[in-house]
Design a protein around this ligand. Structure first.
Ligand SMILES: C[S@@+](CC[C@H](N)C(=O)[O-])C[C@H]1O[C@@H](n2cnc3c(N)ncnc32)[C@H](O)[C@@H]1O
Ligand code: SF4
Length: 284
């Protein structure tokens, strides 16, 4: 099924990026085959992992020359236990240390969630600094894909502690999004999700399925009237604040932020463009 993606005219070596995640991708029985297939075609790709099995993870990274690995770490050891239900903090640190000996670029993903707090963010940013790795900040959501019991929003502000401008704006704008600000959804025209059963999903955070790769080719799914209609309908969806989507939207607006607002309103469909762009233009 993965091979069928490579036949698509929209999947271009050197341009298309694959992000392999899960669940825990390194535990998938065909993880090696999938990585080999993507590597053989010369695609950029990254792996998201919980970092609990450092041996397995490092083996994959070395064998398949994985260029980017993102590891999740949501706080200090006791918080880790609360969030993940296992005593895995030490294993994640070991993974960071082992991966630092390889050529891969490591990023820590910190998720602001109902079970951690600002002190955990400070702790994780110190870890990132100590090991010289990047840090990105995700915000908890209750989208179906995460299979989470806790429904709702919990937020504490870490923006004053953040250095990366756009990451900081992502956190700052979350408060505005919670208060009703509309961010146009642009990522869906460029990114898509393929599930292990072949379902091609509109996005990470909704249940909308565009088609299935075991029945149709990616191109016939992507070019169908049904997909075009769904994409049009969701340009103004605004239902999630998923990092993989809304960071894309903000980075698009950030690149175009010096254009006059009336032009931006024409370019980006259905959002509170003035409000978002003013925040993006503001010096931190
Ligand atoms: C779903 S995990 C999959 C990759 C890997 N197994 C892991 O645990 O990191 C990818 C990222 O999503 C984050 N995540 C998990 N549940 C989430 C939720 N309800 N809302 C937002 N992000 C969430 C995780 O913290 C992790 O950084
Ligand atoms: S805003 Fe809606 S369509 Fe866009 S990524 Fe989020 S859930 Fe999907």
């Amino acid at each position: 099924m993965v091979e069928s993606l490579f036949e698509s005219r929209f999947v271009v070596p050197g341009y298309t990026s694959f992000i392999i995640q899960g669940g825990e991708a390194v535990l998938h029985p065909q993880c090696g085959e999938i990585l080999l297939a993507v590597q053989k075609q010369g695609f950029n790709y990254a792996l998201l992992s919980n970092g609990l099995d450092s041996r397995r993870l490092v083996d994959f990274v070395e064998k398949f020359n994985i260029e980017n690995v993102t590891l999740s770490l949501d706080g200090c050891p006791s918080t880790y236990m609360k969030v993940r239900g296992v005593d895995g903090y030490g294993s994640v640190i070991k993974s960071i240390e082992e991966l630092k000996k390889t050529k891969t670029a490591v990023t820590i993903a910190y998720t602001i969630n109902p079970w951690n707090c600002r002190e955990d963010y400070i702790h994780v940013s110190e870890i990132a600094k100590r090991y010289g790795v990047a840090l990105k900040t995700v915000i908890y959501g209750d989208a179906n894909i995460f299979n989470t019991d806790f429904k709702g929003y919990v937020f504490y502000d870490t923006s004053d502690l953040m250095k990366n401008d756009l990451e900081q704006k992502f956190v700052l704008l979350y408060k505005k999004w919670l208060a009703g600000a509309r961010i146009p959804c642009t990522s869906i025209f460029d990114n898509t999700f393929v599930m292990p059963n072949g379902d091609v999903r509109l996005c990470h955070c909704s249940k909308v399925i565009l088609g299935n790769l075991s029945k149709d080719s990616f191109d016939s799914i992507w070019l169908s009237k049904k997909t075009k209609k769904i994409l049009r309908q969701h340009q103004t969806c605004n239902k999630c604040y998923g990092h993989c989507h809304r960071m894309y939207d903000l980075s698009m607006l950030d690149k175009a932020k010096f254009l006059p607002i009336f032009i931006l309103k024409k370019l980006f469909c259905g959002g509170d463009i003035g409000l978002i762009v003013n925040e993006l233009r503001r010096k931190s």
